[in-house]
Design a protein around this ligand. Structure first.
Ligand SMILES: Nc1ncnc2c1ncn2[C@@H]1O[C@H](COP(=O)(O)OP(=O)(O)OP(=O)(O)O)[C@@H](O)[C@H]1O
Ligand SMILES: [Mg+2]
Length: 219
């Protein structure tokens, strides 16, 4: 679904923080992306989200070289990719419901057409009782789940989650992992960036490991 060929990334004139990355995220696959702090996990997710261009190599999505896409093509492709940022990026002046509904509202969908889907999804992530609360009043784990719901509302083909268990206790981390596995079973490809080994050790999943700018893959 998304393929990297010899991708390299440097910020400004600095050294290359990612070098010679060649790998593929397949349809309906499940994988962890790991490596020490500063290894480039968030940067790699931003490239997968097409929000950051590589400084060399090629990224193709659904068989098309991203560099050849026009500005006009980008939104429809990005809609198929859901992302949960490390810092959530919820809007504090909106409720949980409004944050989750935002991607659809921005696209001009009428509220009547999505209201029930938004409510169902918020309940699925266990936030039914916080539906109309402001994000400022949510706990770390609740914010995490609101951000996950927002990433999923448009039914992406792939979900990218950046340290989704970074702010929660171990039982909540296990619940979130179950949520991701359930999502994966329904056909969504999942990439979880994490350095939480207790989380990764719970399931036998593919691991993409970043270290000293290189990628090692354990299938
Ligand atoms: N916008 C930027 N401009 C310049 N350098 C950056 C930028 N974003 C990240 N970096 C650098 O790139 C490297 C990789 O950062 P990145 O945030 O991708 O790592 P990470 O693996 O996600 O780390 P963490 O586990 O702490 O979240 C770091 O050395 C960081 O300082
Ligand atoms: Mg990061």
């Amino acid at each position: 679904m998304i393929k990297f060929d010899n991708v390299g990334l440097r910020y400004d004139a600095g050294r290359e923080i990612l070098s010679d990355l060649s790998f593929e995220i397949r349809k309906q696959s499940f994988q962890f992306l790991t490596g020490p702090s500063g290894a480039g996990k968030s940067s790699l997710l931003r490239m997968l989200f097409l929000a950051l261009k590589p400084t060399r190599g090629t990224i193709s999505v659904l068989g098309r070289d991203v560099a050849s896409l026009s500005r006009r093509d980008l939104p429809s492709i990005r809609r198929r990719i859901g992302i949960v940022f490390q810092d959530f990026r919820l809007l504090d002046h909106l409720t949980t419901y409004e944050n989750v509904a935002l991607p659809l509202r921005v696209r001009g969908r009428s509220e009547a057409s999505y209201r029930q889907d938004v409510v169902d999804l918020i309940e699925w992530v266990g936030l039914g009782s916080r539906m109309h609360a402001s994000p400022v009043t949510l706990s770390g784990g609740e914010k995490q789940r609101a951000a996950i719901a927002r990433a999923l509302i448009d039914q992406p083909d792939i979900l990218l989650a950046d340290e989704p268990t970074g702010n929660v206790d171990p039982p909540m981390a296990r619940r979130l992992l179950r949520l991701f596995l359930e999502l994966n079973r329904t056909g969504t490809a999942v990439v979880i960036a994490t350095h939480d080994f207790t989380l990764m050790d719970q399931i036998a999943a593919r691991r993409l490991i970043l270290n000293e700018s290189r990628l090692e893959i354990h299938d």
